[in-house]
Design a protein around this ligand. Sequence first.
Ligand code: SF4
Length: 326
Amino acid sequence: MNETREKLVEVKNLKKYFPIKTSMFKKGNQVVKAVDDVTFHIYKGETFGLVGESGCGKSTLGRTLNRLYNPTSGEILFDGKDITKLNNKELQPFRNRMQMIFQDPYSSLNPHLTVEKIIDEPLEIHTRLSKNERKEKIIDILEKVGLKKEDLDKLPHEFSGGQRQRIGIARALSINPDFILCDEAISALDVSIQAQVINMLEDLQSELNLTYLFVAHDLSMVRHISDRIGVMYLGKIVEISKSEELYDKPLHPYTQALLSAIPIPDPIKAQNSKREIITGELPSPIEMEKGCRFRSRCPFAKPICAEADPQLKQVDDEHYVACHLY
Ligand code: SF4
């Protein structure tokens, strides 16, 4: 483990369970274990990619560490401060430092507000800048995200999907955050636009010293932007590694299967590659049995896999895996 780099976010044994309602008003005893005992950290200035199939808990994990959801248990440290149990007022200074970019920019932007008003809202609430100073800042941010001063008076529907995502990014940047949760932030965009937005996010990161948590199901895009990647399966992180190493030497059987499902553009390479198709039943996230939760789909499962839940174990510098094979 690299001890010299400073951590911006540290998550320890984090759980987020959602009670299941048995009627409109009554909560039953059963829970969905969306995030189940997750421990990891994000270094200052890095991009940490979080991947997994839909429903694996990656968005819930992101939103819980941003304190949009209250955790069930565990700890969240932000820049060394424990923010797990802070109330809304105490959280405010941290909320300013932790912003979010959503998947669907259209539904996250108020369609009746102009671009200027959309970006001005957080500035008016969270800063003491005068109206003129705010306007100058808004123009500056718009230029940073590739939009123009002439766009100030336009409404969201006058822009393309990629441009609307740029407005969402400008709004997130307006109050100078350190940390941005990009929750499937490019999934709804065309591939060519995805690459442009990724390049812009990378430029902004070096210019403004930002730290990103990049949540996505598209492994090929996560590889391009991430320094390290965590792979999630049914509420657990099952592997963490530097990005290149994860793609060159995936250890967890689930990671191997996810990677082999990525389409290969070269037809000759694609023909020679061995695809691992995930078969077997997905266990219920409500009645989780003991042992490894991937075992019903794992071709390498052995008796111990039904007995003990494998914990994340360090196997190399910055490479961790939760599997009884290691
Ligand atoms: Fe497969 Fe066992 Fe490893 Fe789980 S712990 S991934 S079942 S080998």
